[in-house]
Design a protein around this ligand. Structure first.
Ligand SMILES: Nc1nc2c(ncn2[C@@H]2O[C@H](COP(=O)(O)OP(=O)(O)OP(=O)(O)O)[C@@H](O)[C@H]2O)c(=O)[nH]1
Ligand SMILES: [Mg+2]
Length: 416
């Protein structure tokens, strides 16, 4: 039997614990006293918006600028070595009662090439949600091709080394030094990064009329060795450009099947995602959700240059503005400034300004001011879906104009 004193002590601790839990639960339910907002109009929104559709992962903390660079890999230095060729064999045929059987050393096999192959998920086999572009993080720093086998007796040739494929995302540029040697912009496109070495010759190869018993055989050649720089540039028709938390990922989720993470902290998106918007007549427009840009990005602040590189390859731009912040037009001005600093004329590409979060009352009040500054803007809400059609229609108009312009210039427009 449990002594009464012991039981009461245990229940008391339990009750104390319960009381403490209730207190802490009450405290957490009570509205927090937030520190007063800074007066700066350039402050980026990090407020918590609770939406049933956009569940945020619990316990995730914002990443520091330093850490961000570690997560996203859009360039790699790779040392590639082709496979070595197998050596030739030097030996003579030996059989009972056949004294001078002659040379029968086989040649060595060739070393295998190392090949870079642009890979993207199959559009037909998989839903467009799987069409997001991955980073180069899976690419290793060194690759050694497969070596060929040595030649053998009885004229046996060595087996050649298999080809080693390195899978890289579509949109990868291959540079040697500062020279661009390949642009893997289509799925399945290949580039031989390092040639395998040729196999050596066996002594049979050196048999000649004046030399009936050659002993010479040659070693296999070493594979080619190169240092290449891989650089990933996302390719899509339209790229969403905006400050962190503007709602770019929410918007991509709303208009396509892509499912990039959405959260109320800046830099939720670390890798570009591509979503496909489907139109009638099987027309598809690829829209890229590019991670947030911060002021000073052109000086490589934050994820700086790596993101601006992705924007460079988008033919159309969607400037996504958080309308709930004061003076929202300054966001567009700052974004354009960063793009211009990175590459002149980049902000002049066909574009549209998307004013997001119109469902919030303070945002709706700011719309006339924004329109007065920028003229035509598309005000919408990525969360409630308000006015999304206007964006989709406008996107189609911009895309059609792009296709027409490309065809006029005799170029093939980008297809997904
Ligand atoms: N009220 C409201 N909140 C929105 C809307 N769109 C996005 N949000 C919220 O804004 C926050 C940021 O959204 P994200 O889509 O992650 O923003 P982002 O631009 O992709 O942010 P980064 O990936 O950090 O660059 C989330 O808490 C969203 O729920 C909107 O239309 N209305
Ligand atoms: Mg995002």
């Amino acid at each position: 039997m449990v002594p009464l004193r012991l039981f009461s002590a245990a229940s008391q601790t339990l009750l104390e614990g319960l009381a403490q839990w209730t207190l802490s639960a009450q405290a957490s339910l009570r509205p927090h006293r937030l520190p007063p907002q800074q007066a700066s109009p350039r402050l980026l929104s990090v407020d918590c918006t609770d939406h049933a559709r956009h569940q945020e992962p619990p316990g995730k903390k914002p990443l520091s600028e330093k850490k961000l660079k570690r997560y996203f890999v859009d360039h790699r230095r790779v040392l590639v070595r082709g496979g070595n060729g197998g050596s030739g064999m030097s030996c003579f045929h030996s059989e009972p009662r056949k004294e001078f059987g002659g040379p029968d050393g086989g040649d060595g096999g060739n070393g295998g090439h190392v090949i870079l192959r642009g890979t993207s998920t199959n559009v037909l086999a998989l839903p467009p949600a799987d069409q997001h572009v991955k980073s180069l993080s899976s690419v290793l720093s060194q690759y050694q091709g497969f070596s060929g086998e040595d030649g053998g007796r009885k004229n046996c040739f060595g087996r050649s080394g298999a080809v080693l494929y390195i899978r890289v995302p579509v949109g990868t540029l291959v540079k040697e030094g500062s020279e661009v040697v390949a642009d893997l912009s289509l799925p399945g496109q290949e580039y031989i990064a390092a040639l395998g070495g040729a196999g050596g010759k066996g002594n049979r190869f050196f048999l000649a009329n004046d030399n009936r018993a050659p002993v010479t055989c040659t070693p296999g050649q070493p594979g080619q060795e190169r240092i290449l720089h891989l650089e990933l540039k996302t390719m899509a028709h339209a790229g969403m450009v905006g400050f962190p938390n503007a709602g770019k990922s929410s918007l991509l989720r709303a208009i396509s099947n892509a499912r990039p993470a959405v959260a109320s902290y800046p830099f939720t998106t670390l890798n570009p995602h591509v979503g496909i918007v489907h139109y009638e007549g099987h027309q598809q427009v690829a829209v890229a959700d590019i991670p947030g840009i911060i002021r000073g990005a052109h000086q490589d602040r934050g994820l700086g240059l790596s993101f601006l590189r992705h924007i460079e390859r988008c033919h159309l731009l969607l400037f996504v503005v958080d309308l709930s912040l004061p003076e929202p037009w300054t966001q567009v001005e700052d974004l354009k400034y960063e793009l211009e600093k990175y590459e002149e004329g980049l902000s002049e590409r066909p574009h549209v300004v998307v004013a997001n979060k119109i469902d919030l009352p303070q945002a709706r009040a700011r719309l006339p001011q924004l329109q007065a500054h920028l003229g035509q803007v598309i005000a919408l809400s990525a969360v409630t879906g308000e006015n999304l059609e206007q964006l989709l229609l406008h996107l189609k108009v911009l895309h059609d104009a792009y296709v027409e312009a490309e065809l006029e210039q005799g170029r093939q427009p980008l297809r997904w």
